[in-house]
Each structure stands twice: as C-alpha cells, then as structure tokens.
Design a binder for this molecule. Structure first.
Ligand code: DQA
Length: 144
C-alpha cells in the first residue's frame, strides 16, 4: 500500500523550533524513520511538507486520484483553522490519522479544537516524534 505523510506549516523548522515543545528531531529525521518503518512493513511512503494551505489541499486531491491508501497528517496550526483541509479530506475519502508532536490538550485553549479529529481514524498527540511511529504502526495494522 502507499502511505502519504503530510506535514503542515512550520514543521520544516522542527529541530530548532521551540525544542522544549516539539523536541530535537528534525523533519528529515522523522521522515527517514517513517521511510525505514514503511519499507520494513512492505509499504511505500510519500511525504510532503508545506507552509501553504492550498498546496496541502492540492496534495490531498492528487492523493485521491493516485489511489493513496492512507494519510498520516500533522496539520500543525491549520488543525485549528482549516475547514478547507477538512473538506479536502472528506472529498478524498482517504482514511487518515491526525498526529501532533505536543499534547495540544495541555496547551492554550485555542489548540483544543481540531477541524480533523472527528473525521480521523484516530488522533495521536503528545508523544513527540514517536507519535509518527505509533501512527504508522496503527496505519499498517489497518491496512492488513
Ligand atoms: C502541532 C500543534 C499545533 O497546535 C501547532 O500549531 C503546530 C504543531 C504539534 O505537532 O504539536 O504547529 O500540530
């Protein structure tokens, strides 16, 4: 199966961005680990990070056309703002897991609402970079 890891705004700054909140791992570290874990499971991984909402929307549209089987998505700040990304996922009808490095529920109230959680297969929040491994494990189980 083909899995898409989609990373939202500012996640290209991981490693230097608020390391106390988001950890020391860079996005390259996270993607490399995901690539290893995906190929060990016999699947194929594609990745995209974008700071632009429309690029993430268009990637989701293309994912539907390409027949991508599963998405791991950290919408970052768009979690709390983007009806358009929610609608793109509903239109694509591709199962996805919502991932956050930090525990959004232990942070500011504006981070407690997500436009994605109720349409996600599940949500992983607060386990740092390991959250992506946990999400991929869950995705592979669902893809069996
Ligand atoms: C985040 C949490 C969001 O609230 C924040 O805007 C981010 C990252 C996380 O991974 O913890 O950019 O999605």
């Amino acid at each position: 199966a083909t899995i898409l890891a989609l990373h939202g705004p500012n996640l290209n700054r991981l490693g230097t961005r608020e390391p106390g909140t988001y950890g020391a791992a860079t996005l390259a570290d996270i993607n490399q680990r995901l690539h290893e874990q995906t190929s060990e499971a016999g699947h194929h991984l594609l990745t995209l990070q974008s700071n632009a909402e429309y690029e993430l929307i268009e990637r989701i549209h293309d994912a539907a056309d390409e027949g991508i089987d599963f998405i791991l998505f950290n919408p970052a700040a768009f979690t709390h703002t983007s009806v358009a990304l929610r609608d793109a996922l509903l239109a694509a009808a591709i199962p996805f897991i919502e991932v956050h490095l930090s525990n959004v529920h232990a942070r500011e109230p504006f981070r407690h609402h997500s436009f994605f959680s109720d349409i996600a297969e599940g949500v992983i929040s607060g386990f740092g970079a390991q959250g992506y491994e946990l999400a991929l494990t869950a995705a592979c189980r669902k893809l069996r």
